[in-house]
Write a protein that binds this ligand. Structure first.
Ligand SMILES: [Zn+2]
Length: 214
């Protein structure tokens, strides 16, 4: 099961990936996570990546491609993998085709209003990092962390204006990638404007229909 996950920020891609990853024993590979780890460890790669990130620039294709190539050569990728955050340019998509054969590209979709409703209710504790949601996981006392009693805040990335802008950027960035996989007949579209369990069940069914999952 070699999958590429595509979807706007806040759609829950990371959650779906980690559920499938645990269930089927295949690694969830997020280039963002790899970069954060390398930066934290202070490796050569981490230093290079940090320079771009600090300037607010995208990490260049050649670096991202090399990182993914190395990661996919690890033994845990033999049964399959879920790529999250890669490819994000056509050059990366073509490079990926040189490395391995992708079974499907999964496109998670939901109207921007649904995403805004989801993420704008999210509250985080600035002290201990606990995450709440006004509607789905409210703290016992409104606005106060259950764990440590700190005042909860909304992350800047979760503000409706920011979500809307990131959604626009996502569309601009990923439309060519989506078209690329659609032309190859590899695109599977999933309605993600519903509960995570339903999203996963639908995805599994579509993977079975295509003989990717048995
Ligand atoms: Zn707390």
């Amino acid at each position: 099961m070699r999958l590429v996950f595509i979807g706007p920020p806040g759609i829950g891609k990371g959650t779906y990936a980690s559920i499938l990853s645990k269930k089927y024993g295949i690694p969830h590979i997020s280039t963002g996570d790899i970069f954060r780890e390398e930066i934290a460890k202070g490796t050569e790669l981490g230093k290079k990546v940090k320079e771009y990130v600090e300037k607010g620039l995208l990490v260049p294709d050649e670096i991202v491609i090399e990182v993914v190539k190395q990661r996919l050569s690890q033994p845990d990728c033999q049964k399959g993998f879920i790529l999250d955050g890669f490819p994000r340019t056509l050059r990366q998509a073509e490079a990926l085709d040189q490395m391995t054969k992708i079974d499907a590209a999964i496109l998670f979709e939901a109207p921007v209003e649904v995403i805004i409703e989801r993420v704008s209710g999210r509250l985080v504790c600035p002290k201990c990092g606990a995450i709440y949601h006004v509607k789905w996981r409210p703290p016992k006392k409104p606005g106060i962390c259950d764990v440590c009693g700190s005042k909860l805040v909304r992350r800047k990335d979760d503000e409706p204006d920011v979500v809307r802008r990131r959604y626009e950027i996502y569309l601009q960035t990923f439309t060519p990638i989506i078209d690329y996989y659609r032309k190859k007949g590899l695109l599977i579209e999933i309605n993600a404007a519903r509960e995570a369990e339903e999203v996963i069940a639908d995805l599994e069914q579509k993977l079975r229909e295509r003989g990717i999952l048995r």
